[in-house]
Design a protein around this ligand. Structure first.
Ligand SMILES: NC(=O)c1ccc[n+]([C@@H]2O[C@H](COP(=O)([O-])OP(=O)(O)OC[C@H]3O[C@@H](n4cnc5c(N)ncnc54)[C@H](OP(=O)(O)O)[C@@H]3O)[C@@H](O)[C@H]2O)c1
Length: 263
């Protein structure tokens, strides 16, 4: 029997590396990606590292070309973050983040889909963020790129179910990784004080957050499930937050969010 193949984008560190290591230890045939593939790191962790830059269409095409028959499981994990007032983030930078977190991911998924569809089975896991359900100030580009990915996953889920392909979105709360948002702060910015405080608050929250390994339990559950849910949340109090959201008006959500991030 051939091993189940898994392609994980952004497997050089953080959540992606954690999943890649976990699945290769459990006898999956794992392919990870990085913009600068470190073969030694991949070898030490039992998987194969391939090149991928989601902001480069040729790189996406080259990667997909190595999987003409698709893969059993595609985990779209790679992503980046930005922090800054909307006014201070240049349009090109905002678009660049969408290219990494959203459009690049779409391009790779589209390129792999024909092969997966022909197999008549498959699983696509998109890593969004809890921020998609709980937007934060000074994270407009990150929030919207992840909200787009979550909505895309829901829509694609319904398109692909008849073909035996499950599409799932995972929205993690803060998890301890080295992810660091790119900071945008114009000289003399009217938001300087608030953005700096937000950065400190986010760093503090991250330092207290759970280890990225909590994601592996969800991944195991998803892979084993014949009929996974369209969305899973993971990390900290994420399940409680999603439950509480049912009873919150939008005004209450804004008030609570601003309250927990105030100076
Ligand atoms: N950690 C959290 O608290 C948290 C919470 C919610 C959601 N998430 C999401 O979870 C995913 C993983 O986050 P993480 O915390 O593990 O981040 P991380 O430690 O910074 O890892 C990010 C990964 O993405 C890859 N990557 C970045 N830009 C890329 C690009 N242009 N093309 C291809 N690959 C690229 C990086 O690979 P190279 O640099 O080697 O190319 C790296 O392997 C992201 O989508 C993130 O938004 C994280």
């Amino acid at each position: 029997m051939t091993a189940t193949s898994v392609l994980i984008t952004g497997a050089s560190k953080g959540i992606g590396l954690t999943i890649a290591r976990h699945l290769s230890r459990n006898n999956y045939k794992v392919y990870g990606t990085s913009r600068k593939p470190d073969q030694q790191l991949a070898k030490e962790n039992g998987f194969t590292m391939l090149a991928l830059d989601l902001n480069d269409p040729d790189s996406i095409e080259q990667l997909a070309g190595q999987f003409p028959e698709g893969v059993d499981i595609l985990i779209n994990n790679a992503g980046q973050s930005q922090l800054g007032a909307f006014e201070d983030i240049p349009h090109e930078a905002f678009q660049g983040l969408f290219e990494t977190n959203f459009f690049g991911t779409l391009k790779l998924t589209r390129a792999l889909l024909p092969g997966m569809r022909k197999r008549g089975k498959g699983l696509i896991i998109n890593t969004s963020s809890l921020i998609a359900s709980f937007p934060l100030p000074f994270y407009t580009s990150y929030t919207t790129s992840k909200a787009a990915l979550s909505a895309f996953s829901f829509s694609l889920n319904m398109e692909l179910k008849p073909f035996g392909i499950n599409v799932v979105v995972i929205e993690p709360n803060d998890l301890k990784t080295t992810i660091e948002p790119e900071l945008f702060l114009k000289e003399g910015s009217a938001y300087a004080d608030k953005v700096t405080k937000m950065r400190e608050k986010v760093r503090t929250n991250m330092s207290k957050s759970q280890d990225a390994s909590v994601v592996t339990a969800i991944i195991d559950k998803l892979i084993k499930s014949k009929n996974p849910k369209p969305k899973y949340v993971v990390g900290g109090n994420s399940n409680l937050l999603i439950f509480a959201k049912r009873f919150l008006t939008s005004a209450m959500q804004v008030k609570l969010t601003m309250g927990s991030y105030k100076d």
